[in-house]
Design a protein around this ligand. Sequence first.
Ligand SMILES: Cc1cc2nc3c(=O)[nH]c(=O)nc-3n(C[C@H](O)[C@H](O)[C@H](O)COP(=O)(O)OP(=O)(O)OC[C@H]3O[C@@H](n4cnc5c(N)ncnc54)[C@H](O)[C@@H]3O)c2cc1C
Length: 214
Amino acid sequence: MSTPATDRVELKRGTNRAEYGHEEMLAVLDAGKVAHMGADTDHGIIVLPMAYGRTDTEILLHGSAANAMLRAGGGTDVCVTVTIIDGLVIARSAFHNSMNYRSVVIRGEARLITEPEEKTEALKIITDHVAVNWDSRREATEKELKATMVIGVPLTEMSAKIRNDGAVDDDADLGGPEWAGHIPLTEVWGEPVPNDDVADGCVLPPETLAGVTQ
Ligand SMILES: Cc1cc2nc3c(=O)[nH]c(=O)nc-3n(C[C@H](O)[C@H](O)[C@H](O)COP(=O)(O)OP(=O)(O)OC[C@H]3O[C@@H](n4cnc5c(N)ncnc54)[C@H](O)[C@@H]3O)c2cc1C
């Protein structure tokens, strides 16, 4: 469990589900595929889903150089969350219905990553977090790199919340006529489907396949 880095990432509700251990929080980031980033833009606050990757010290996000949220986020306080749903919790009262989940909230100042070598490495990390394939793809062109914006948010001010049990009902409802419990959710990747225009002899790299079948 450990302790929160700052007050603003300290869980006030559901404190029994708090997790501040750095390795435990990184494990949630490693298990997820989609982050939601929130930033305050000229047109108001927006939260957008995005792919991500991480180093030991930052979560990395990328998008079009024209992306208003990423542009606004650079140098400002942002919030990035990663959520994994592990199941549905059905309680005796709808009030206590819930989900089992692992989620991480990261708060802090985003920095634009513009130095070409660092930017390319960040793009590799993001690409390989989603599906390991950077090294087997054709190299990014200068035009593509220019069209892409990359930001990093420090992994210092963050919290995780993990729920992994059954329904928590009011004592008065226990033994009532309603079913109570949880329904686990397991995600399974399907068989890869090649495009019709794939050249003869091309195969999905084993490291990509391994990443989605482990
Ligand atoms: C899949 C999913 C579905 C949810 N559905 C609902 C819902 O329908 N209604 C609802 O009220 N809540 C829901 N929650 C829980 C919600 O994310 C909040 O934890 C909860 O609402 C308490 O909010 P708060 O502002 O009172 O938290 P506080 O405890 O006051 O938040 C303080 C700090 O705790 C940390 N924190 C809070 N929540 C989380 C979190 N989920 N993960 C990591 N760190 C966190 C943050 O750093 C935050 O700044 C859901 C969570 C998940 C993952």
